[in-house]
Design a protein around this ligand. Structure first.
Ligand SMILES: [Zn+2]
Length: 175
């Protein structure tokens, strides 16, 4: 009884306007819509779309209250490009912009740690990833695929996240 009440309490509802915004994002890319809804649900303090975004996508993110912001990055060979960050947590967006704007893309341990923190990945998984990328874990592939981080072996946090991620994914599917 309590469990069913709890379940009701955490189940996600989207109003028609939010549904429309999710559809716009889904038309751009399913993964973008999924990231937006995970972020809206508070499962990620902020997210990054590694591409520039046109007005309809920016408008949809704004409608959802996700404060999209373009960030200029460079790559080693010098060509600048634009990525888009968004989230409810404006302090995290600010921290990301302060640290990464106009900076080259890199995969250093420092970057993995900072991104992991800002994107809401479990700290144990981030620490393991810094030590060894994609270390074997016992996670079924179909569960791993719903995540944006690589679960560490024996992770105690990822199993808490998976049902919430799956629920968000179903909701995006249904939009
Ligand atoms: Zn972990």
């Amino acid at each position: 009884m309590i469990l069913s009440k709890l379940r009701e309490g955490v189940s996600l509802e989207l109003d028609p306007a939010a549904r429309d915004s999710i559809r716009v994002l889904k038309a751009i890319d399913f993964e973008l819509a999924y990231l937006a809804l995970l972020t809206l649900q508070g499962l990620k303090p902020m997210s990054r779309w590694e591409k520039p975004m046109d007005e309809p996508g920016l408008e949809a993110l704004k409608q959802l209250g996700l404060h999209p912001q373009p960030i200029r990055r460079t790559v080693r060979m010098g060509t600048a490009f634009e990525e888009t960050i968004f989230g409810l947590a404006r302090g995290y967006l600010q921290a990301y912009a302060n640290h990464f704007a106009n900076q080259p893309v890199d995969k250093s341990a420092e970057t993995v740690r900072i991104e992991g923190f800002l994107f809401g990945y479990p700290p144990c998984c981030v620490a393991q990833y810094v030590k060894q990328h994609y270390a074997p874990n016992e996670f079924p592939t179909h569960k791993q695929e719903t995540l944006f981080h690589w679960a560490c072996k024996g992770c105690q946090i990822t199993p808490l996240l998976v049902p919430a991620y799956e629920e968000v994914r179903r909701l995006v599917d249904g939009c």
